[in-house]
Design a protein around this ligand. Structure first.
Ligand code: BES
Ligand code: ZN
Length: 642
């Protein structure tokens, strides 16, 4: 084909597809009809792909590197610029590259062949509400890179844009990405599947005096551009960006904290034990391979506890309790540096390999740094969460470790099952094989699969090698129950906590009315004991009895967000009205899903749907798109009727 003909096709494509309008989204046929001949939109059978959550044709072409050149515009809440992807053909004859996108406005696409860039025909397929739309690009012979000119949508699922009022300093806006599981595609056109690893570089133009940080090596800004480099191949969901008025303070030469200046000292003090965690984790499972471990503490609307972005964990400020009692969150995100970031789940159906293995490693690090009692208490709390999760599961298949083939959205699969059942599966194996055998096993698993993706089947294959050394340690049927079984596994090793047993005895006396709150041995209680005490109070406890506790311990104004959230949930269920004003304030300030989803649900279920809806009407714009979607669903029934 002549260059002129190519250009014509490209121009036609540009006219047809430079924008993605809602009409084209609705019908794949309409989108296909607009496509120029050179890029007939393919039909997709995602169920038959290795990763059912990605359109990428990774069997034909693989991306190896992306260079992002983006300007951050707070006025329009968009990132605007280019993504340049280096590609390698898996099939030499491949003539198409398919990238994942979600709500990206694609202006034009170029391909590079023989060192020269030329416009490339492209077509954007139909939009799926969970998966976004495939961007299909025609590759000329010999093409080794493509460049996409695009802009993100202000409502991008993976980005949150905060007004200055939502920050601690209240003077500058803030933005950050949250790309796990499949939201990187709303930030850039990518092969957005954890089966593909890429390195990345980035040049970010952000308004002064804001600072950009990424999950990458940060270079000093030059002529207004802040540049970054990640030389280790990572899955797309670990690309991360945040921009805000933030400052840095070192904890030691490897570890430090980025956050708004208002929070910096408190965050540095709270997370001062992170270097010990790195030592403990490395001693168990091999060297930390990402050089630096920095943390970014975000404003309170961050919808998760933490996100393990490599070199730069993103964190909720609700982890700052003042007494380092919630730092198992750091142990968790750090542990992902082995399970998840180094050895990555090949698909989101295997997400227990990320979250369950990480939760197990987290427990081991907590045990090493804080001692066995704290570990036992945390695991005992987890068992209760697992029971509730299993009891409340919408579909029994979602209580399996290996998630069902018909999972529609990876977010559906992220429950405490992946975390807690996954962690206890490894604990079960540890107990059966003994630490002397199991610890080296896990370490060699991380070494063998470093910078690779694994499936549940790969893991079980490795486990078979260990089993051959101790043939009687576990039965096939036991393994099968853990992986494919539903509900609580019959071989779940229950954690033993003496502290919790003592606590249960004291609690029983108070519930029976034989002792006053002042006689509870609460002065020595840790956060974990408080959580246990609150969670195990009967749901139907008379509200006035919660009043007695509140009078003695000021639980409604607890500064520890975990304790406060646990208390609020109990208060709502027991109809303890005096807590409501504090609950409303909490919901207006904090966007962390773990705390707020269940509170909204409980309010709605106990006849306080009016309060829930009034608070949500105010708070919704301050929540992350992910949280908005979840709470919209929780509160939808009556809203639809209104
Ligand atoms: N990787 C997760 C966060 C995540 C999960 C993002 C699923 C998107 C989809 C992170 O490591 C995590 O698990 N965070 C937990 C905290 C942890 C201590 C259990 C959280 O956010 O609550
Ligand atoms: Zn995790």
């Amino acid at each position: 084909m002549t260059r002129a003909a190519l250009l014509m096709i490209a121009l036609a494509a540009l006219a047809a597809c430079g924008r993605k309008d809602k009409a084209a989204e609705a019908s794949p046929a309409a989108a296909a009809a607009e496509a120029p001949a050179a890029v007939q939109l393919r039909s997709f059978n995602l169920a038959a792909q290795k990763d059912q959550f990605s359109y990428a044709n990774v069997d034909e072409v693989r991306t190896t590197h992306v260079d992002l050149n983006l300007s951050v515009d707070f006025a329009t809440k968009t990132l605007d610029g280019t993504a340049t992807l280096d590609i390698e053909r898996v099939k030499p004859e491949a003539d198409t590259l398919i990238l994942d996108t979600d709500d990206l406005a694609v202006r034009s696409v170029e391909a590079r062949a023989g060192g020269a860039w030329a416009p490339a025909p492209f077509v954007l397929g139909a939009d799926d509400p969970s998966l976004g739309a495939p961007l299909q690009i025609a590759l000329p012979a010999g093409a080794d890179a493509v460049r996409v000119f695009y802009r993100t949508d202000p409502g991008a699922q993976g980005l949150q844009w905060l007004d200055k009022e939502q920050t601690a300093g209240k003077r500058h806006p803030f933005m950050y990405s949250q790309n796990q599981a499949i939201h990187a595609r709303s930030m850039a056109p990518l092969q957005d599947t954890p089966q593909i690893r890429i390195t990345y570089t980035a040049g970010i133009k952000a308004p002064e005096p804001l600072v950009a940080v990424m999950s990458a090596i940060r270079h000093e800004p030059e002529s207004g551009i802040q540049s970054f480099r990640m030389d280790q191949p990572i899955p797309s969901y670990l690309i991360a960006l945040a921009v805000g008025y933030i400052a840095f303070k070192a904890i030691d030469d490897q570890v430090g904290v980025w956050t708004e200046p208002e929070m910096l000292e408190a965050a540095v003090a709270e997370f001062s034990e992170t270097p010990q965690m790195i030592v403990a984790n490395s001693a168990l499972y091999g060297p930390y391979r990402w050089e630096r471990y920095d943390m970014l503490v975000l404003p309170p609307s961050f919808p998760f506890g933490g996100m393990e972005n490599p070199r730069l964990t993103f964190l909720t400020p609700t982890a700052i309790a003042g007494d380092k009692s919630l730092t198992s969150l750091i142990a968790h995100e750090l542990a992902h540096s082995w399970s998840g970031n180094l050895v990555t789940n090949a698909t989101w159906r295997d997400s227990w390999l990320n979250e369950g293995v990480t939760s197990y490693v987290e427990n081991r690090v907590v045990e090493a740094v804080y001692g066995p009692e704290r570990d036992a208490m945390e695991r005992a709390l987890d068992v209760e969460t697992l029971k509730t999760t299993i009891a409340d599961a919408d579909r029994p298949e979602l209580t399996q470790l290996k998630l069902p083939a018909d999972l529609k959205d990876p977010d559906e699969g992220f429950s405490q099952v992946a975390y807690v059942k996954g962690a206890f599966f490894l604990k079960f194996l540890e107990e059966r094989f003994g630490r002397d055998a199991f610890d080296p096993f896990l370490k060699s698993y991380f070494d063998k699969y470093a910078f690779k993706s694994v499936t549940t089947e790969d893991f079980l294959g490795e486990l078979n090698a260990l089993r051959s050394t101790q043939p009687d340690a576990v039965l096939d049927s036991e393994i099968d129950e853990w992986i494919n079984g539903r509900g609580m596994p019959s071989t779940l090793p229950l954690p033993q906590s003496d502290a919790f047993e003592r606590l249960a005895a004291a609690q029983a006396k108070w519930v029976a009315g034989t002792i006053q709150p002042a006689a509870l041995p609460s002065a020595q209680w840790t956060t974990q004991e408080w959580l246990r005490f609150i969670n195990t109070l009967p749901d139907d406890i008379p509200a006035q009895r919660l009043g007695e506790l509140d009078a003695a311990f000021a639980l409604s104004t607890a500064g520890n967000a975990e304790i406060a959230a646990a208390w609020y949930l109990k208060a709502v269920r027991a109809g303890y009205e005096p807590a409501l004003p504090e609950i409303e304030k909490f919901l207006a300030r904090v966007g962390r899903g773990k705390f707020i989803y269940r509170l909204y649900e409980a309010l709605d279920e106990t006849g306080r749907g009016d309060i829930a809806r009034a608070v949500y009407a105010q708070a919704r714009p301050t929540y992350h798109p992910i949280a908005q979607k979840r709470i919209d669903a929780i509160l939808k029934d009556e809203t639809a009727a209104n």
